[in-house]
Design a protein around this ligand. Structure first.
Ligand SMILES: NC(=O)c1ccc[n+]([C@@H]2O[C@H](COP(=O)([O-])OP(=O)(O)OC[C@H]3O[C@@H](n4cnc5c(N)ncnc54)[C@H](OP(=O)(O)O)[C@@H]3O)[C@@H](O)[C@H]2O)c1
Length: 296
């Protein structure tokens, strides 16, 4: 099995993360095929090949993945249940590397994996490990922490516009976060470093800081006045999430909040692969520039 990867198929190239991954792979010279679902109306650059797939048809997946060196999945929560079919098709046609749609907290953390919305991610990682152990494929999962962009833009970590912050459990726990652009770079660099990233979970982050430290950085951008903060418990939040689920509601975001900010969920990356994958650790000024984008 040659280790060089040139042909890459992407599933879910049209959401929050996928377009940046597609752009980065094209910039880095990969030959990219985007898997599209029937009826899709998205348009892609002329250098992209598209392959129509039906996730319920193994034949259509095998046809689309035939000749590909790698599959990158950036499917959202709605598409996670289709990933095992994608892995099975990739194995069948001899794809070398599979990058599953992880892109969250530590993909190896058992406490996180036990949360209901993340069961489908664990299932695909387990399948990939089994296939990798049998020598049928290789995989890399990429742990990034919350997307720094979305965490600031949508007030998940801090609401800069509204000058509000929830200090989960007091706000003293460090959290690793990465921007979408750098996550896309991590995907591309993994494919350029297949041996160093083979059959393991890589970790990247641009920042590793507490919510209190994030608040101090935001104050440097928009000023110290007018801020309100509240302290909430991630354990209480988790109880509410299970209660909501019990009632048949959608508690995905609530579960994710506990996974991001709770104790023992692995959001504080100690050993990162930044150097191998060319991921920048932001200075205070660089973080402030990032916060500025979402300040008005
Ligand atoms: N750490 C974080 O802060 C953070 C934030 C956001 C996302 N993420 C993770 O990053 C990954 C991508 O998330 P995203 O927000 O980019 O996802 P998304 O925008 O919700 O969806 C990405 C793509 O998945 C495909 N998809 C969505 N629903 C589907 C369904 N029901 N069936 C089949 N395909 C479906 C669609 O692509 P097509 O229409 O092209 O097939 C869609 O454009 C996920 O693993 C997510 O958990 C992490």
């Amino acid at each position: 099995m040659s280790s060089s990867i040139t042909k890459v198929a992407i599933a879910g190239a049209t959401g929050n993360l996928g377009p940046s991954v597609l752009k980065q792979l094209l910039e880095d010279g990969f030959k990219v095929t985007v898997l599209t679902r029937k009826g899709a109306t998205h348009t892609f650059p002329p250098s992209v090949t598209t392959a129509e797939i039906d996730y319920n048809s193994p034949e259509s997946l095998e046809k689309a993945l035939s000749g590909q060196d790698a599959v990158v999945s950036t499917v959202g929560f709605g598409g996670l249940s289709y990933q095992p079919s994608l892995v099975q098709a990739a194995v069948k046609v001899g794809v070398k590397r599979f990058i599953p749609s992880e892109f969250g907290g530590d993909a190896e953390n058992e406490k996180t994996a036990s949360l209901p919305p993340l069961h489908a991610k664990k299932a695909v990682t387990d399948l990939l490990k089994k296939e990798a152990a049998a020598g049928s494929i290789t995989y890399t999962s990429i742990s990034t922490g919350p997307f720094l962009d979305m965490a600031v833009q949508y007030g998940i970590a801090i609401n800069v516009k509204g000058r509000k912050i929830t200090l989960w459990d007091g706000g003293d726990r460090p959290i690793s976060m990465t921007t979408i652009a750098y996550i896309a770079k991590a995907v591309s660099e993994v494919l350029k470093h297949p041996e160093e990233t083979k059959n393991r979970n890589v970790h990247v982050h641009n920042v590793n800081l507490t919510l209190k430290e994030l608040l101090e950085q935001a104050k440097k951008v928009v000023g110290p006045e007018g801020w309100t903060s509240e302290v909430k418990s991630t354990e209480e939040n988790l109880k509410h999430a299970y209660a909501e689920l019990e009632k048949g509601g959608n508690a995905t975001m609530q579960f994710l909040v506990t996974a991001i900010f709770g104790e023992g969920y692995g959001s504080d990356f100690k050993n990162v692969d930044n150097k191998l994958l060319g991921i920048k650790e932001f200075t205070g000024e660089e973080l402030q520039d990032h916060i500025k984008r979402f300040a008005n």
